[in-house]
Write a protein that binds this ligand. Sequence first.
Ligand SMILES: [Zn+2]
Length: 455
Amino acid sequence: MKMNVDLLRETEEEVTNLLSELIRFDTTNPPGNETKAAKYLTETLGQDGFKCEVFESAPERGSVVTRLKGTGEKPNLLLLSHLDVVGANAEEWSVNPFGGVIKDGFVWGRGALDMKGMTAIEVMALKLLERNGVKLRGDVVLAATADEEMGGLGGADFLLRNHKEKVFAPYVLNEGGGSAIPTLSKNVFTVNTAEKGLLWFRVKAKGVPGHGSMPEAADNAIMRMNKVVEKLGNYREKIVLVPTTKQFLRELAAEDESVRGPFMRMLADPESSDSVLDGLEKTATTIVDEVRPRLRMTITPTMINGGFKENVIPSECEAVFDCRVMPGQTTEEAQSLVRKLLYDVGLDKLSFENIQIQEASESPVETPLYSVIASVLRDFEPGCGVAPLLMAGGTDSRFFRRFGSVCYGFHPMRSETRYGLKPTRREHGIDERISVENLVFGVSVLYETIRRFMT
Ligand SMILES: [Zn+2]
């Protein structure tokens, strides 16, 4: 039951305007101010008879929730998205980032990709299910939340802690995957089934201060921190191919001859991955960039600060590290690894402070929802590949995986390289935009996925 041409044209106009309106609410987080966008969704969904509730974790920090009832024969499905965006410097943009500009076949503005575009697609799909009178066998819930860009405690986490009965569902569709990776002969669509965890921590190195002219008399904290940075920054963890990554490599090997041999070697001998990818670097850069961050835990120094005067040896120097852990690995394990690595530097002269912690999470690939997604994509684009993806960053999906939900990042998008856009997308970037064509594609694929999964 694909949509006919008239319906598609109507949908195109409606979803384009929906996104344009959403972009015009400046929900830069901090401070967020998502309530006004949540109220707008309440209003537009209300026009189709939906009753929405807005829950605020703090004044103006609203998340909106609504539900299309099914018969209860099937598990419920949540369409999740976030309403907040990261900041945009208007001077760097060629259009007003909060103008909701529609031109050259694109909707421009902060959030077009991350992720008001998907909010618009989800709202549109829900409206169409209602308008077409689709008989659902389970509830389809929609939640557009606050605070994702600052960790989600005031949005998805707040809802699960305080209004779980309103939002929890065994299946969740959210951001993080869905876009096609163009390979030699066809598109491979990704489904985000897992994400790395995050541990941001600060290390302080202590020493004995002294005069810059007499280094032997002091114990230089900067020199100590230098050793810390060397040890952690150069550390290469053993490679771990989690189930998601194994399947990702298998699917790409099946679809793209140029990487088939190399990826099969990685699967047979994960430890060979670095040299295999180095060898591929010249011919398949895009795919190599996709694979590299998904193989191991990483520890990256990102900030360093010490000293205050040219001729004073400081007693303290501090640095911040961004550590990303693999699914199956806890941030606690990462913390003890860090201490072990720094044993030689002298743990008594170092202190540690955690800045933010998010655990890694992974959903299985063998589920009815994944099969439906794959079959819908193949109907829309015969012969395309579908591959699960481990995200190097995090999304609100982790909160729901904690309660056992199967969560997939799936914002269906065709590659926009033919418009001259780089395959690296522009989430958080300058001139963020999404093509109208991809908005319609997104609505069509999502609508059909929900219809097939829930009836
Ligand atoms: Zn996002």
